[in-house]
Design a protein around this ligand. Structure first.
Ligand code: M6R
Length: 609
């Protein structure tokens, strides 16, 4: 999604803004721009469609020299990607500039009003109304104009704004879209995400909804929308840039796949003490509370939703308590049955996904308890939830989620084991056995990662196909669904998952000579049926890539290729088979020459509906 960076200090603003925008490139964007107060009577603004490099090239020709500036990477919502639709937007005489993340919902109405007053619009964006609205309300004090504007604007926003006649300050505001302030020495920053400023400072203010902030080179003032000062503790960011850099890998996705043994253990250790006790006390999930719960929902989007499917499987298996998993964008509008005896577990890597955030608020309005499982400390979802359980995946930069997914699964397994024990569904011995099984995953995942080279070879064989089908039964199906999403989002090959048993009800008509079918066959009780499914597709000419447990060599007789994973108990195979799927998607994308980390049309955190 869009990114915002602003700088005010004594150094050259352009360098900091561009550097910050580079750090936000992973979020996905289609154009970029910058405005700098260069000491003239109007802002100098450069905007370019396409990669940030295009903007950087333009700035080489025409560098902007000044001590304050704001920049933006845009992910188009209103109007196609183009130079003119890029941010910053400005008023007619370029004395006021605005960058914006989010959507101004009443922009058409505002546009009409402003046009009636003689304002001319040059872009198709919703953001341009903010520039003209500020102009219409500006009487020499940008803060006052912003306060008045925010009473008129409806929608979601993080805004960065500057006036040419007030060179000593940037004004920013937040409602729903993330915004942080980085605190430097003799310089300060605004940004939509921490990596943008981490090179310069680890001390940040997390700006809350309905807050305005005035940033000067030596001071930062946070206010409510009336202008009353609000106090805020400084958040010190613990992780460093190394965690957000490629560390020798060609792509972030590759690095993040390989980090899984480590981050799975970090997530496990965050909740299991030295006496092998799982601790979720701070998540409010006591036995007393759980006894009173009438329904449990897991709500999420995309890959997080797929982790939720696995969560349902393991919680129901271990506790026999029913769990519903729902896509957040549907859940929020379908009037689900929720009351104060409902527990909603929301899953979100970024903690900023708007659909998930709004679904969660909907649940809250009806009295549900909200437990958020997220990877980003201080994110909107973390702040709005009643309780937060953090995954310890570290920064996930690649758009395709990998390590966030497996650490979300890890937390859900721990919840399932914890609940099962609290409800006497498992003995202490079984409880410890389950925890040990989770610890053993480190070694097993490392072993699966050794298949990398062969997965690359398999990817090369199916690279030119138009479709790939992913199959599985039970837990294997839930993993297949995530495998298909990984493949389609970065390889751009049509990839679809089906429950193996469902194939004969229609989809098998699509199986033809050479069509790749990737099938998980790791569930013992479903093994024979899955082998039959392989035979069915093989008989119709499919090229079958199977993922099976070591020892099940019979699969070799029916499949074209087999990747073996360690023979763990059935309920843990998902942590291992998913690694093969992630590697396969990675190599398909890389071999096709795609931008693995920044696939087309996608953004890392989806902050629009
Ligand atoms: O940040 P979130 O976990 O809330 O994001 C949810 C989805 O947008 C995300 O998982 C998306 O599906 C990824 N591109 C999948 O790789």
């Amino acid at each position: 999604m869009c990114g915002i960076v602003g700088y005010i200090g004594s150094q050259n603003a352009q360098d900091f803004v561009i550097d910050g925008l580079e750090k936000l490139e992973y979020r996905g964007y289609d154009s970029a721009g910058i405005a700098v107060n260069t000491g003239k009577d109007r802002f100098e603004i450069v905007k370019k469609v396409g990669r940030l490099q295009n903007l950087e090239d333009a700035l080489k020709e025409h560098p902007l020299k000044g001590h304050s500036g704001i920049g933006h990477t845009r992910w188009a919502t209103h109007g196609k990607p183009s130079d003119v639709n890029s941010h910053p937007h400005f008023n007619k005489d370029k004395t006021l500039v605005v960058v914006h993340n989010g959507i101004i919902e009443n922009y058409l109405e505002l546009k009409k009003d402003l046009q009636a007053k003689g304002y001319e619009f040059i872009s198709e964006t919703d953001t341009e109304v903010v520039a003209h609205l500020l102009d219409s309300l500006y009487e020499g004090d940008l803060l006052e104009a912003v306060k008045k504007s925010l009473k008129i604007i409806k929608g979601a926003y993080a805004l960065g704004m500057m006036s040419i006649s007030e060179p000593d300050r940037i004004i920013a505001a937040r409602k729903e879209s993330p915004l942080i302030v980085g605190l430097g020495k003799g310089e300060n920053f605004i940004a939509s995400d921490i990596p943008a400023i981490l090179k310069y400072t680890r001390d940040v203010y997390l700006i809350e909804n309905n807050e305005i902030v005035e940033i000067k080179k030596d001071s930062v003032k946070i206010m409510d929308t009336e202008g009353n000062e609000v106090s805020r503790d400084v958040t010190h960011v613990e992780w460093d840039m190394e965690a957000a850099s490629k560390g020798g890998y060609e792509y972030f996705m590759e690095k993040e796949i390989y980090e899984q043994p480590k981050v799975l253990m970090e997530t496990l250790n965050s909740r299991v003490d030295e006496n092998k006790n799982i601790n979720f006390d701070d998540a409010g999930l006591t036995k007393e509370y759980l006894e009173g719960v009438r329904s449990i929902y897991i709500v999420a989007c995309g890959t997080a939703y797929h982790a939720g499917l696995v969560g349902k499987y393991i919680i129901e298996k271990k506790t026999r308590i029913k769990v519903d998993v729902e896509v957040a964008s549907e859940f929020r509008y379908r009037n689900p049955v929720i009351d104060d005896k409902t527990l909603i577990i929301v899953l979100s890597q970024s903690g900023e996904t708007l659909d998930t955030l709004e679904a969660m608020k909907e649940g809250k309005r009806h009295g549900a308890k909200i437990v958020a499982i997220t990877n980003v400390v201080g994110s909107s979802i973390a702040r709005e939830a009643d309780h937060v359980i953090y995954t310890w995946a570290g920064p996930e930069i690649a758009v395709a989620s990998t390590k966030a997914y497996s650490t979300q699964m890890m937390i859900l397994y721990l919840l399932a084991i914890d609940m099962a024990y609290k409800f006497n569904k498992i003995t202490r011995e079984e409880y410890e056995h389950d925890i040990n099984s989770l610890y053993d995953l480190k070694e097993h995942v490392e072993k699966v990662l050794e298949h990398s080279e062969n997965v690359e070879k398999a990817a090369a064989k199916i690279l030119d196909q138009h479709s790939i089908f992913y199959l599985g039964r039970g837990l294997d199906y839930m993993i297949a669904v995530e495998g298909a999403l990984k493949s389609k989002e970065i390889s751009y090959i049509h990839s679809e998952a089906f429950a193996s048993g469902e194939l004969k009800h229609g989809t098998i008509a699509l199986i033809d000579e050479g069509v790749p079918v990737v099938i998980n066959v790791t569930q013992s009780d479903l093994f024979d049926k899955s082998v039959s499914n392989i035979k069915e597709v093989a008989a119709r000419g499919a090229y079958v890539i199977a993922i099976a447990k070591e020892g099940n060599t019979i699969v070799e007789e029916v499949a074209d290729e087999v990747f073996y994973i360690p023979a763990v108990e059935d309920e843990y195979t998902g942590f291992l088979s998913i690694i093969i799927h992630q590697l396969l998607a990675y190599y398909l994308s890389k071999l096709k020459g795609n931008d693995v980390d920044k696939p087309r049309n996608l953004a890392k955190s989806v902050t629009v509906e």
